[in-house]
Design a protein around this ligand. Sequence first.
Ligand code: ATR
Length: 270
Amino acid sequence: MDKYAVLGNPIEHSRSPFIHNNFAKNSNQEMEYGKILCPLDKFVETVNEFKKDGGKGLNVTVPFKEEALKYADVVLPRAQRAGAGNTLKFEDGKVYVDNTDGAGIVWDFLRLGWVLKDKSILILGAGGACKGILGPILDEEPKQITIANRTFEKAQLLTKQSSKIVATTYDDLNIQNHQYDLIINSTSCSLHGELPNISEDILKKATYVYDLMYASKDTIFIEKAKELGICNVADGLGMLVGQAALSFKLWRNVEPNATETLELLRKSIK
Ligand code: ATR
């Protein structure tokens, strides 16, 4: 049977096996999908072994996404642009790397009916998660993307990607007090039960609020947005399923029923 897995460290709580095994079921694919805890200094050895055992593809997660790029023979355009890879495919003796994270969030916006064209977008955070989504969001032709980050220089570096991107600090953001159509939290704050330093005045003016993090209940950021009266809120569970569906398509050349799997996943984590 064709073998796939998600590889990372830590990996215990990964939802990818649940998602891909559901995809396999709902699209009648004969395959198995597991998880691999990879030692921090053994990425190449661990992937080599999986490949030698006949593995067909891997999802790669934190902290190996940059190593995945270096490992591949063929870097597909989305991975090139993000500077990181989340999907490896082993075919005809070659290793291909793609990055479906950014396309995953765009899939989720489509599902939610949130249109990005000509909209003003604010992204909080300028780490790996922000880098991964930036290119595909730019492809949706927003009016402008403002990136606010605690370490200003990291946001400033990302402005090189497009004249539509501007960088700012939280202090300037809060002073300027603009209205943004969509605010995306790409920081790791919600993981630690913290809020990024954005003022309530800005948050409450947004039409849409998205947190890349997810949990069994609302993240603290989503909770705050709801408290301020924003109805259009979403967490990153949809993006997770969206990126998985695109990896699945790359491997199997079949589009799984991602919406059904998202509903099942939501129920299972509650
Ligand atoms: P990476 O994804 O590159 O490994 P990370 O260390 O996980 O990065 O952090 C992700 C993002 O969350 C970064 O933009 C980080 O801001 P800095 O670049 O200034 O470190 C942001 N972040 C983490 N904790 C934060 C906090 N308490 N307030 C605001 N931003 C925070």
